[in-house]
Design a protein around this ligand. Structure first.
Ligand SMILES: Nc1nc2c(ncn2[C@@H]2O[C@H](COP(=O)(O)OP(=O)(O)OP(=O)(O)O)[C@@H](O)[C@H]2O)c(=O)[nH]1
Ligand SMILES: [Mg+2]
Length: 212
């Protein structure tokens, strides 16, 4: 299957929710602690090196960055969570905006939670997983930067994290990833594309019922 995400193009950057594209269609958000590799993961998935801005200094994505791969089909790069050097006022702004976004955005159909495989399952990650499960939101965990560990260590971490996730959520999936080496992109698009298809089929079914 051709990877639809390769068609991704930059759509818009927003400093607050009201500046986001109209809340129509479907989108998946990439969330996670600062520096975990959210932007690099989007670039690997879309096979588009400079699409999402990557920086050596953490805390750089201080905007909602929206990308579109088909009409009304979007990926959203969220600002990193919990980076201490981001001024407190800015952190408060983003805590609030991200919370609002997750609770209120109608077109949000799933979240990808990016973690650094060397520092998995921090408080924020656990909160996101629990929230996703409790609110019926699709969720997938990426253990990124697997290239930083030996293969055996990475596999062991994956197993442990899967157990920890299972204790919090019965629906959250998890995979190993290296955005740097573009390892895991097929598995990732194999998870995310069906989310859009599934949601579309729900919408189609709803319309059929309306016509009855
Ligand atoms: N070794 C390795 N480095 C990676 C990988 N993915 C990202 N990085 C590096 O990690 C740093 C942070 O990556 P970003 O993609 O900017 O991380 P982010 O989560 O978007 O960070 P914020 O926007 O600050 O929240 C960059 O220096 C990347 O080159 C990976 O798979 N392996
Ligand atoms: Mg970023």
């Amino acid at each position: 299957m051709a990877n639809l995400f390769n068609r991704c193009q930059f759509l818009i950057s927003a400093f607050k929710m009201s500046q986001l594209p109209p809340d129509e269609g479907m989108e998946i958000a990439f969330a996670g602690r600062s520096n975990a590799g959210k932007s690099t993961t989007i670039n690997a998935l879309t096979n588009h090196k400079g699409l999402a801005k990557v920086s050596k200094t953490p805390g750089r994505t201080q905007l909602f960055n929206c990308f579109e791969f088909a009409p009304n089909r979007r990926l959203v790069d969220l600002p990193g969570y919990g980076y201490a050097k981001v001024p407190l006022k800015m952190r408060k702004h983003w805590d609030q905006e991200i919370n609002n976004y997750l609770m209120k955005r109608q077109s949000l159909i799933g979240v990808v939670i990016i973690q650094d495989i060397r520092h998995p399952m921090k408080d924020f990650d656990k909160q996101m997983i629990t929230w996703a499960f409790n609110s019926g939101m699709r969720s997938h965990v990426i253990l990124n930067k697997a290239d930083k560990l030996k293969n055996s260590q990475a596999k062991q971490t994956l197993m442990q994290v899967k157990k920890q996730i299972a204790a919090l959520s019965q629906t959250t999936t998890c995979q190993m990833f290296s955005a740097l080496r573009k390892e895991g992109t097929k598995e990732l698009s194999g998870i995310l594309l069906p989310w859009f298809e599934e949601e579309q089929s729900y919408l189609d079914q709803g319309q059929e019922h309306q016509q009855d």
